[in-house]
Design a protein around this ligand. Structure first.
Ligand code: NDP
Length: 411
């Protein structure tokens, strides 16, 4: 039996970059935080190691074969961890009364159903999985409000904005027309610019997956690294910020800040701008989310202000990086448009990583889907899942067409 009296935590996506950093912070505070359950897709090897270190009551793998292997591995060491598989089991796990906090760090739209279940069952949610808020912003924020859940952003920029906001706006995050009630004039969403922001359009055409995966500032999973290189990550984050803080796209100005020291800024009506600075280490944001409204150690080496000789800010080039425009437009259009944008992007990123299409074609695929598919209103989760499936199918058609145009891409 679990007799621990601290926060009981379920980490969704524990084997990924955010998940691993979360477990690092938790391990530093055994009196305060306890891992109740871990969930991943198919990486039974790493999940086994994590089960040995953190002794969760439950471990969930989406892949049934990997779950069977994990079960066998854990049996040989008499581990008490119960292994589960299947989406219904994951939803029940999220809803389990003994779970206080859900760290939502699955990559992509697959993170939506468990994140929504966490909101519907009133959990404290540490949100890294931006895609769920992008595709289901209204559903997720309403479920949060209606069930007294708490949505805390651990995406670095949104965590920074949260920290720069007046405390009256931090109690429970949900749409609240910040600009009218919080004396906030504008939000600056910073972007490192990824590895290619200085390249010409011609040079961008030749970028390889290996080059795109090498982010200059952050160490992250493959999907977000590619999103960062195309700047679609910033487009998704713009939509995420709109839902989290009740902003309109025009309230948000994206600026390139290559040093990645300032994680975002909030401008007030009196001319003051409050910025949050921290090392580019996810553990700062994760420990903030875990301990909010208090603070706790994260294990990072703090910034030395004397070393900050250059803090530069530039406007993004929307001609070279059209993803920002597409995301802004999808948010304005509303309904299923952001779900179409996200699903097409997930398919295109996957095709690029497999060298089926070129780098600049990622955004072409997204734009084609957005212009060719009808946008519908969203009543419930099924509307989003339907739009997601349609967009994936349309994206696959476009990807096939791109392959025909560039037959040597995968050679
Ligand atoms: P990774 O690719 O490193 O990890 C993804 C995690 O999700 C893995 O644990 C993976 O399991 C799991 N997963 C994937 N598909 C499924 C599925 N169908 N069911 C259950 N689990 C699944 O991603 P990151 O950690 O980089 O990113 C995670 C999320 O956090 C993304 O939404 C990203 O945008 C966001 N984020 C990431 C940041 C970063 O610095 N990395 C910063 C801010 C936000 P397995 O290993 O078994 O495949």
């Amino acid at each position: 039996m679990n007799e621990h009296t601290g926060q009981s935590i379920l980490v969704l996506g524990s084997t990924g970059s955010v998940g691993i950093n979360t477990l690092d912070v938790i391990q530093q505070h055994p009196e305060t935080f306890k891992v109740l359950a871990l969930a991943a897709n198919q990486n039974n090897k790493l999940l086994y190691e994590q089960c040995r270190s953190h002794k969760p009551r439950y471990a969930h793998l989406a892949c049934p074969k990997a779950a069977t292997q994990l079960q066998q591995q854990l049996k040989t060491v008499n581990s008490p961890t119960q292994v589960l598989t299947g989406e219904d089991k994951l939803i029940s796990l999220v809803a389990d009364k003994s779970v206080d906090t859900v760290v939502s760090a699955i990559v992509g739209a697959a993170g939506l159903p468990p994140t929504l279940a966490a909101a519907q069952t009133g959990k404290r949610i540490l949100l890294a999985n931006k895609e769920s808020l992008v595709i289901a912003g209204e559903l997720l924020t309403k479920a949060t409000q209606n069930n007294n859940a708490v949505l805390l952003p651990i995406d670095s920029e949104h965590n920074a904005i949260f920290q720069c906001l007046p405390s009256s706006h931090q109690r429970t995050l949900a749409p609240k027309e910040l600009s009218k009630t919080g004396h906030v004039k504008k939000v600056f969403l910073t972007a490192s610019g990824g590895p290619f922001w200085k390249l010409s359009s011609q040079e961008l055409d030749k970028v390889t997956p290996q080059q795109a995966l090498a982010h200059p500032v952050w160490s992250m999973g493959p999907k977000i690294s590619i999103d960062s290189a195309t700047m679609m990550n910033k487009g998704l984050e713009l939509i995420e910020a709109c839902w989290l803080f009740g902003l309109q796209p025009d309230d948000i100005q994206v600026i390139i800040h290559p040093q990645g020291v300032v994680h975002s800024m909030v401008e007030y009506i009196d001319g003051a701008i409050i910025a949050q600075m921290a090392p580019s280490d996810l553990r700062v944001m994760i420990s903030h989310g875990l301990s909010w409204p208090q603070r706790t150690r994260s294990g990072v080496t703090p910034l030395d202000p004397l070393s900050l000789t250059h803090l530069q800010f530039y406007p993004p080039d929307s001609h070279k990086f059209p993803s920002l425009r597409l995301a802004r437009q999808a948010m304005i259009t509303g309904g299923t448009a952001p779900a179409i944008l996200n699903a097409a992007n997930e398919e295109a990123v996957c095709a690029f990583l497999k060298q089926r299409i070129g780098f600049t074609q990622i955004v072409e695929v997204v734009e084609k889907c957005l212009t060719s598919l009808a946008t519908n209103t969203v009543e419930d989760l099924s509307d989003i899942l339907e739009a997601d499936a349609q967009a994936r199918s349309a994206a696959q058609q476009t990807i096939k067409h791109c392959e025909k145009r560039y037959p040597c891409m995968s050679c």
